[in-house]
Design a protein. Sequence first.
Length: 395
Amino acid sequence: MATSPILSPTRLGPITLRNRIVKCATYETRCRDGLVTDDLIDWHREAAAGGVAMTTLAYCSVAADGRTFKDQIVMRPAAVPGLARFAAAMHAEGAKAALQLGHAGWFADPKATGTRPLGPSTTFSPHAQTFARALTAGDLDRLERDFAAAARLAVDAGFDGIEVHVGHGYLLSQFLSPYNNRRRDEYGGSIENRARFPRRIARAVRDAAGGGVAVWAKLNMEDGFANGLTLDEGIEVARLLESDGALDGLQLTGGHTTKTPMFLMRGDSPIDELFAHERNPLRRVALRFAAKLIIKNYPFDEAFFMPLARRFRAAVRMPLMLLGGVNQQATMEAAIGEGFELLALGRALIRQPDLVRRIEAGDFDGSLCTHCNSCVAAVGHVPTTCPLRREAVSS
C-alpha cells in the first residue's frame, strides 16, 4: 500500500475529507426534467467508489430562469428525493457529497427557460442570441432568496458541501467582470462594488446552510481576456470573501464561457465535434465560419493554473482547491507541499474514476487523459463520458 500526502485526511470547514482529491463539478448531461436520475447517481458513484474524498454534482440552478440546458436540475422541493438518493449513494461509498449552486444569468438559454436572460447590464449574449435584461434591485433580492432556499434544500437532502459558482462567466462571475457589468450603481464600477452581489450570495448561502455543511466558492482568478476580470482584481475578491468569513474555502478557476472557453479546458479545441453536436442553426453557422476566431487555442501544460494560484495562496489563508490539469502524482504531492489543501480533478476522473484507488495501490503512472476535450464538446448534448475509456471497455 503506497503512502502519499494525497491520501492524508484534511478538513474543509466543519467536514473531514478522507483524502485530498475532490471530483470537481463537470456537467454530466444525465438529468431529466430538472431532476436526478439513476444514471446520474451511478456516474458519480464510480468516482466515489474509486476513492475520491468528495464528488460534486454539477450546476444545480437556483431558479428555472438560470438554466443553460433544458434538463438541468432546478433546486425545488420536487428535486429533494432524488438529491437525497444521490447523497446517500455517495455516503455508502465513503465519499462526501457536494453540489454546485449557480445561475447562468446572461448565459441562460431562452429555449431552456422560456424567458429573456438576466444579467448585471443590458448586454448582448451570443449564447442566448438576445440582449439580457439588466437586473433590478428587486431581482437581486429574489436571487438572494433563491440561493438561500437552494442551500436549505441541499442540507435537507443530506449534502455535506455546497459550492457557489462564481466563475466561468455565469451570473456571479458576470458581476465581477467589466465585460458584463456596466452598472453605475453600488454594484458596478470598482472591484469592491462588482464583488458586492457575490458576497451577498455567499453570506446568504452560509446563513441558510448553517454550520454543519462546508460552503466554498468556485472563483475565477481571471477571465483571460481584455476588459475581463484581471488577476489583481480576482485576488482582491478572494481577500474580500475571506474577510467576510462566510466561506470555508475557494476552488480556483478561470476563463469565460463565451469569450475564453478553452482558457479553462486546455488542450485540443474540439471544433469539429462541437459542430457535429450543435443543432441550433445560427450557432452551427457561427461555428462553421468563426470558430477559429472565437475559440482561442490554449495548449495543455501540467497544472496550468498553478502560477496564478500561487498568487492567491500568498494572498489568503483560507483553504484552497487547486484545479487545472493536475494529472501527475508528483504534481499533486508538490501542490500539497506548497499549501494547497485540496486538488480538484475533472477530466482525469472522467477518464479514470478509480484514480485514487490506483494511487493507494501504488499503481498510478499519471492520468491517461489526452486532453482531447471530446468530453467537453458533448456537454449538454449527450451524457458526458470519455471516448477513450469507452473504446477501452468495448475492445
